[in-house]
Write a protein that binds this ligand. Structure first.
Ligand SMILES: Cc1cc2nc3c(=O)[nH]c(=O)nc-3n(C[C@H](O)[C@H](O)[C@H](O)COP(=O)(O)OP(=O)(O)OC[C@H]3O[C@@H](n4cnc5c(N)ncnc54)[C@H](O)[C@@H]3O)c2cc1C
Length: 393
């Protein structure tokens, strides 16, 4: 049976699709929306974090129902120093996104356990052959192929640990790089969700995408033990292998979708090239989309293409920084680049994560990045030197 035709069909109920649906429900309640997700729940299995300074105007209210924990600052630890920064940090979770969407949309608007096979700007074909027609289609099914993209990988295993006693952390450790440096730049990330519950993630900025789950689990256990934390159990676990982008071709990336419908989220290339984080961009995109006057299929496809291209073009500087990190710095020395970066002005650091670095920030970040030799740095910046490797086909 065909479902009633919706004004907007969102394919993929993950972070970006979910935020577009929430933005439309809030700002365009006159429109009907359908979310089609192949998983049993919306949002998958994630903890998505962000700095409060990443949020675009109007983003606070939209993201609020998704926030499970917030802290007024965070720590970073490097071999040569540790620092507390006063930027607020928040963590959202998939199950909160699922609950928020179910509260915002009528039950018939959410179709889980349904796989999309193909789409056009105004229709989608499902795995069982059903065709869903809509005023406009937004494809937010995530990204898995990276043609022409060069760079490296950010890979990690995160576990939410239940402890026998309080861990003593009062704020997140966003980077603890005092750990052994293996497989590129390695750091541990800790989110204290409750006094006896901490999310510990072992993270690598590596040349290759390979991830040995058991090895990383062992390192998380060793890290917990090193802090005197006795683990009673693992409440949740997640892993990721995300692209860190040094270069590429927007049109080739766009063409992997295989259709001309509007794209959202990582599928549209809307993420920070160096951190691979996409929440701030997904939020900004959702709010901008909901404010468009024409939300028809062709208009939305056009809008999303222009938006994503502009994002790609504006992000060139962060791609150059990735190139410096991966091509000019020896893997075991990469931590020193971040160690220096975190010694800079906290407002500059905020603008960097928000993808809003000013011209003077850009000079400041680049001025004397250790331990990159000047000749390698110049080679990377001019495109004449060592090149980062290709990630996709
Ligand atoms: C474990 C992990 C942790 C992360 N942590 C952070 C973080 O802290 N902060 C941050 O900003 N970023 C983080 N990221 C990076 C990035 O923001 C996330 O990957 C984010 O979920 C991407 O959003 P998206 O909507 O583009 O894709 P997704 O959230 O992956 O959503 C895509 C959805 O489409 C569905 N789908 C795919 N194919 C089909 C199909 N054929 N039919 C129907 N449905 C389909 C999927 O099931 C999925 O639900 C993390 C990534 C991972 C993997």
């Amino acid at each position: 049976m065909n479902a009633a035709r919706a004004d907007i069909a969102i394919l993929g109920g993950g972070l970006a699709g979910g935020l577009v649906a929430l933005a439309l429900a809030r700002l365009r309640p006159d429109l009907s929306v359908t979310v089609i997700e192949r998983g049993a729940t919306l949002g998958g299995n994630h903890v998505w974090s962000f700095f409060s300074s990443d949020l675009p105007a109007g983003g606070e209210a939209l993201i609020a129902p998704l926030v499970e924990a917030h802290w007024s600052g965070y720590d970073v630890c490097f071999p040569e120093y540790a620092r507390t920064l006063d930027t607020a940090y928040r963590a959202t979770t998939s199950h909160r996104l699922d609950a928020a969407l179910r509260a915002a949309l009528p039950a018939h608007a959410i179709r889980t356990g349904v796989e999309v096979r193909s789409c056009t700007p105004t229709s989608a074909v499902l795995a069982d052959g059903e065709t869903v027609a809509a005023g406009a289609v937004i494809d937010a099914r995530g990204i898995s192929d990276y043609p022409s993209i060069t760079g490296g990988w950010q890979k990690f295993l995160g576990q939410r640990l239940k402890l026998a006693k309080p861990h003593g952390l009062t704020r997140p450790i966003v980077m603890d790089a005092t750990v052994e440096q293996v497989d590129g730049y390695r750091f541990v990330y800790c989110l204290p969700f409750a006094s006896d519950e901490v999310f510990v993630e072992d993270t690598y900025y590596a040349d290759g995408p390979g991830l040995d789950r058991d090895q990383l689990a062992g390192r998380i256990a060793a890290y917990a033990q090193g802090h005197g934390w006795q683990t009673l159990g693992i409440v949740a676990e997640e892993q990721g292998v995300l692209p860190v982008v040094a270069g590429g071709d927007f049109d080739r990336l766009r063409s992997t979708a295989g259709h001309r419908a509007a794209l959202a989220g990582t599928r549209a290339g809307l993420f920070h090239p160096l951190t691979s984080y996409s929440l701030p961009d997904a939020l900004r995109f959702a709010l901008t989309l909901a404010a468009q006057r024409d939300l028809g299929g062709a208009a939305l496809a056009n809008f999303s293409e222009k938006y994503a291209r502009s994002h790609w073009n504006k992000a060139w500087y962060y791609r150059k920084l990735t190139a410096l990190l991966f091509a000019a710095a020896a893997p075991e020395q990469r931590y020193r680049v971040m160690q220096r970066f975190y010694s800079l002005n906290p407002r500059l650091i905020e603008r960097f994560y928000a993808g809003q670095s000013t011209l003077s920030d850009r000079f400041r970040i680049l001025a004397g990045i250790p331990p990159v030799p000047v000749t390698s740095a110049l080679g990377v910046l001019t495109g004449l030197g060592a090149r980062p490797r290709t990630l996709g086909h």
